[in-house]
Design a protein around this ligand. Structure first.
Ligand SMILES: Cc1cc2nc3c(=O)[nH]c(=O)nc-3n(C[C@H](O)[C@H](O)[C@H](O)COP(=O)(O)O)c2cc1C
Length: 505
């Protein structure tokens, strides 16, 4: 009895003490909030004002699970992400009952089904397309859908390894991004495009200039199929790559040829190329040294300047042309970029791609310069639209991050990515099991390719690259759709290929 009494009085005492501590903390917070000068809400509403910050931080997480509608979130909504997740898991990708997509939004692409689509035995699979026939070692690229540049640095080691093995399994290429070629890019044994960023990471000499010896060393590797000179990317046109200091590990620094623990900032353009002439000279030089196809990656800021570029190519002769141009939409993603550039600089791919294709075709360079499109091309319908518009290839970056398990936590710039994709923290990388994830990467790629083929068959052609602008209608402001071939009359209506057009039905 006495024991029970003493337990009760102990608990009562502990409770009173806890209340006292709580009151002291609240009073301290009250005083701190009232006296601080930086935050008006906390100064006017001490203690309680702190909840605003807590809730808006938590909202970031809760919205995704409870509140956001399927088609509501940005940059990618749940419907888009779920599609990638299901494909990556190799699950059937059929949905029930009907479309949840609002088909009345201006710009929506609607594919025009044929009255008499081809039968199963009239389908053809998409054939490899040659890039850079003039180079000593042209590249016959097997797939129209591939992985866009994401550097080792922005991405973690297991992420790059899984992409490399997955790309090899699916028979698609992997672009290294501007951080140089890491052993992990080569691990899978598939095709690799080596990107040369403005800081020349991986191909720079002691002084930071482009080194022909390093270029030759890379070109000697069979898996390195092409070189891509990065002029700009959609998320930050006019600004070079940014890798925050906490992500510059010893290994990354060694591969890039820079100092560990210091932010890695690339110049905002190639020092060697200040005008179109110098750019063509640089392309010719890299092609001569490496013997492999060389192209550029850019974002369209308008068409006038680029018209001059094509005129100069015609004047110098088609041989001087880049072997490919990657057009990245202004809506492109990145590991880290200033918000105004992410949001509002650069033309979106929906407008830029038809413009670039038309400029190329107008100058008779249709068969000479391949066009690669990127910018939120995550689902088959986006990829099919790009091919209809005139792209020869399409690449995705964030789509493949989703296939690796990205949950769009928007922490790529912080080294705290919860899925291990963009962090160098070993504990978080444990979540990303390469041997599982590489299969998902391959499944996703194959599923996109398969469903783009399905769209092609539905519009009445035997394979995707036979689709043209006449096969798509774009929804207008008044809710009615018009054929893309009328809105963007092109100079040449079909893709030119290494194979014949005999499949056209
Ligand atoms: C994590 C991350 C890293 C990237 N790193 C590079 C890079 O090194 N070089 C580059 O040209 N683009 C880089 N990008 C841009 C992508 O290659 C691509 O152009 C852009 O994200 C649009 O494609 P998406 O919408 O499929 O993501 C990066 C994108 C992401 C998300």
């Amino acid at each position: 009895m006495q024991f029970a009494m003493s337990v009760v009085s102990f608990l009562a005492l502990a409770f009173v003490f806890a209340l006292g501590v709580l009151a002291a903390v609240l009073i301290a917070m009250y005083v701190v909030d009232r006296r601080q000068r930086g935050d008006a809400i906390r100064r006017n509403y001490p203690v309680i004002g702190r909840f605003r910050h807590v809730f808006s931080t938590l909202g970031e997480f809760f919205r995704q699970y409870f509140f956001a509608m399927d088609r509501e979130e940005m940059p990618f909504n749940r419907a888009q992400r779920d599609w990638v997740e299901r494909s990556a898991e190799g699950k059937g990708n059929t949905v029930a009952f009907g479309s949840t997509r609002n088909l009345g939004i201006p710009g929506t692409a609607l594919f025009m089904n044929a009255a008499f689509p081809p039968l199963d035995d009239q389908f053809a699979s998409s054939e490899p397309l040659v890039i850079g026939p003039q180079a000593r070692t042209p590249y016959s690229a097997p797939s129209f859908f591939n992985i866009s540049g994401m550097s080792f640095g922005a991405l973690s080691k297991p992420a790059v390894r899984a992409l490399s093995k997955g790309a090899a399994k699916a028979g698609i290429w992997l672009n290294t991004g501007e951080g140089g070629v890491a052993p992990y890019h080569l691990e899978g044994g598939g095709d690799v495009i080596a990107q040369i960023g403005t800081a020349k990471y991986g191909v720079r000499d002691e002084a930071g200039a482009m080194s022909d010896d390093k270029l030759r060393e890379l070109a000697a590797l069979d898996n390195i199929r092409m070189f891509e000179l990065k002029l700009a990317q959609g998320a930050k046109p006019g600004k070079g790559g940014i890798l925050p200091a906490e992500k510059v590990t010893d290994e990354i620094a060694a591969i890039r040829g820079i100092t560990a623990g210091r932010a890695s900032i690339s110049p905002n353009r190639h020092l060697e190329a200040g005008d179109w002439g110098e750019l063509l000279d640089m392309i010719a030089h890299i092609r001569e040294v490496t013997g492999k196809p060389v192209g550029i990656k850019t974002v369209l800021g308008g068409d006038e300047a680029w018209a001059e570029f094509f005129e100069l190519i015609v004047a110098r002769g088609a041989d001087s042309a880049p072997d490919f141009i990657t057009v990245d939409g202004g809506e492109g993603g990145t590991g880290a970029a200033p918000m105004p550039l992410i949001d509002l600089v650069g033309m979106p791919i929906r407008e830029a791609l038809p413009l670039m294709c038309d400029m190329r075709d107008k100058h008779g360079l249709h068969a000479r310069i391949r066009i690669i499109a990127s910018g939120k091309m995550v689902n088959p319908s986006d990829v099919a639209w790009a091919i209809c518009a005139g792209a020869d290839f399409v690449t995705a970056a964030r789509g493949f991050m989703f296939s690796l398990g990205c949950i769009q936590a928007l922490k790529c710039n912080k080294n705290t990515c919860p899925t291990g994709i963009t962090t160098h923290d070993g504990k978080l990388q444990r979540g990303l099991v390469v041997e599982e994830k590489y299969l998902k990467v391959a499944n996703y790629a194959k599923q996109v390719i398969k469903e783009v083929e399905t769209i092609a068959h539905s519009v009445g052609v035997a394979e995707p690259r036979l689709m043209t602008r006449a096969h798509v209608r774009l929804v207008q402001d008044d809710g009615r759709s018009r054929p893309m071939s009328e809105l963007y009359p092109s100079h040449s209506h079909s893709h030119s290929h290494s194979h014949s057009h005999s499949h056209k039905l």
